[in-house]
Design a protein around this ligand. Structure first.
Ligand SMILES: *Cc1c(COP(=O)(O)O)cnc(C)c1O
Length: 395
C-alpha cells in the first residue's frame, strides 16, 4: 500500500490548478506590464487571481503581494516591520521559540542589526497564550510574530486573541499562516492581523509561489529591487501561471473545507488512537487545538530517522519533524520548545494527512508504525537500558 502522509511538507498539485496553469501559459503568456492587448489580458488574469485570493482571507486586493513562497513572505514581513520600528526608535520584537526557520533565522539577522528579540514559551501543549504576549509587550516593541499553526506539531494558536492584544497596544502583528491557509478559515479583519504569510504548495497549489498580506497602511520594504511590479514592493515579472494556480487551489480548498475538515479530523483521531496503543509513546501538541491533518508522536528508545526509512520501504511517506530540518542530527527545536528532552525528541514521527486519506490507509499506518517501532526497539541499546532499569522511562 502507498500512503502519502507528508502534506505538511508539501501537497500534490491539484488537477484543477495544473489545468489552469497550463491554460494560462499557453494563452496568457503576455507580460502583465506590457501595454498591448496580450499583456493587458495577462494583467487582468493576474488581478482577478489577486482579488480571489484577497477575498479568501477577507482582505482587499491591494493588500496582497505575490512572493516566491512562504519563506520570502516571512522575510519581507519581518524586515518591513523592523524598518518601521527602526524609524520610530522601536527595536524590540516578540515571537515564539517554535516558529519556522524562515522567521527564526530572519530574527537572528535582525538581532545582528541591533534588534532585541523575545522568544515566548509555547507550553507543553504547543500553544502560546495571548496573556503572555501582552505581558511581553514593551514601549519599544515594534512587532509580534506568532505562527497561525505550527508546521511540526500542528497546534493552532489563539490568533484572534493575540491580534486583539496587539491592536490594543498599537503593535504590528504578523502571522506565518503557511500551514493554516486553505486548511482553516481565516479572516484578517476579525482576527486583527496586520501581516500574514502564505504558500501555495501547502494547499495543493504549485511550489515557488506564495503571498504576503499587508494591511492597508503598513509600509512594506523591498527585498528585491528593480522594476515597479507589485506596487513597487517586489520587482520582477510576475509568475502569472503560478499565481493563477494558487488562486484556483485556494478557492477549491475553501469550497471543500467543511467536508474535508470533518473527514480528515476523523482520520486524524483514528490514527492518534491507534498510535497511542504503542507502549511508551506520546502525542506531541494539544489533542484538539491542532490542524485537522496533523499527527506527531514521540516513541521512546528509537531514532526517528530509522523509523522513516523503514516506513518508506512499506510505502509510507512521512517525516520526523519538518522537511527543512531533515538531514540535520539536531532534534527538532519545536519538540524541545514543548519540553521534550533530547532523547525522546529524537524518536519523533510526523504524519500529515490529506483529504484523500482512507480508513484502510490509517489502519495500515498504525500497523506499520507498531511493527517498525518494535523492530527498532529489539536492537536499540537505549531501549535495552530502559527495559533493564538502567535508565528511566520518560513516556
Ligand atoms: C513550508 C513553510 C514555510 C516555507 O514556505 P515555502 O513556500 O516553502 O518557502 C514557512 N512557514 C511554515 C510554517 C511552513 O510550513
Amino acid at each position: 500500500m502507498k500512503v502519502y502522509a507528508d502534506n505538511a511538507a508539501t501537497t500534490r498539485t491539484s488537477d484543477a490548478a495544473i489545468q489552469a496553469m497550463v491554460e494560462c501559459m499557453k494563452t496568457d503568456f503576455g507580460n502583465p506590464s506590457s501595454l498591448y492587448t496580450l499583456g493587458q489580458h495577462a494583467r487582468e488574469t493576474l488581478e482577478k487571481a489577486r482579488a480571489d485570493i484577497a477575498q479568501a482571507i477577507g482582505a482587499l486586493p491591494k493588500e496582497i503581494l505575490f512572493t516566491s513562497g512562504g519563506s520570502e513572505a516571512d522575510n519581507q514581513a519581518l524586515r518591513s516591520a523592523a524598518d518601521i520600528g527602526r524609524r520610530q526608535g522601536k527595536m524590540h520584537i516578540i515571537s515564539t521559540a517554535f516558529e519556522h526557520h524562515a522567521v527564526l533565522h530572519t530574527l537572528e539577522a535582525l538581532k545582528k542589526e541591533g534588534f532585541e528579540v523575545t522568544l515566548l514559551d509555547v507550553h507543553e501543549n504547543g500553544v502560546v497564550s495571548a496573556r503572555e504576549v501582552e505581558n511581553a509587550i514593551r514601549e519599544d516593541t515594534c512587532l509580534v510574530s506568532v505562527m497561525y499553526a505550527n508546521n511540526e506539531i500542528g497546534t493552532i494558536q489563539p490568533i484572534a486573541e493575540i491580534g486583539e492584544v496587539c491592536r490594543a497596544h498599537g503593535v504590528l502583528f504578523h502571522t506565518d499562516a503557511v500551514q493554516a491557509v486553505g486548511h482553516v478559515r481565516i479572516d484578517v479583519g476579525t482576527e486583527k492581523i496586520d501581516m500574514l504569510s502564505a504558500s501555495a504548495h501547502k494547499f495543493h497549489g504549485p511550489k515557488g509561489i506564495g503571498f504576503l498580506y499587508a494591511r492597508k497602511g503598513v509600509r512594506l520594504s523591498n527585498l528585491i529591487h528593480g522594476g515597479a511590479q507589485e506596487r513597487g514592493k517586489r520587482a520582477g515579472t510576475e509568475n502569472v501561471a503560478a499565481i493563477v494556480g494558487m488562486a484556483v487551489a485556494l478557492q477549491d480548498a475553501l469550497a471543500a473545507l467543511d467536508g474535508n475538515t470533518r473527514h480528515i479530523t476523523e482520520m486524524r483521531d483514528r490514527l492518534i488512537r491507534g498510535l497511542e496503543s504503542i507502549p511508551h509513546s506520546a502525542l506531541n501538541g494539544d489533542r484538539t487545538q491542532r490542524l485537522p491533518g496533523n499527527v506527531n508522536f514521540c516513541f521512546e528508545g528509537i531514532e526517528g530517522e530509522s523509523l522513516l526509512l523503514l516506513l518508506d520501504q512499506k510505502g509510507i511517506s512521512a517525516s520526523s519533524g519538518s522537511a527543512c530540518t531533515s538531514g540535520s542530527l539536531d532534534p527538532s527545536h519545536v519538540l524541545l520548545a514543548i519540553g521534550r528532552v533530547h532523547d525522546v525528541a529524537h524518536g519523533s514521527l510526523r504524519l500529515s494527512l490529506g483529504e484523500d486519506i482512507t480508513e484502510e490507509q490509517v489502519d495500515y499506518m498504525v500497523d506499520s508504525v507498531r511493527e517498525t517501532v518494535e523492530y527498532l526497539r529489539s536492537f536499540s541499546p537505549v531501549w535495552r537500558d530502559l527495559m533493564t532499569g538502567k535508565a528511566q522511562f520518560i513516556l
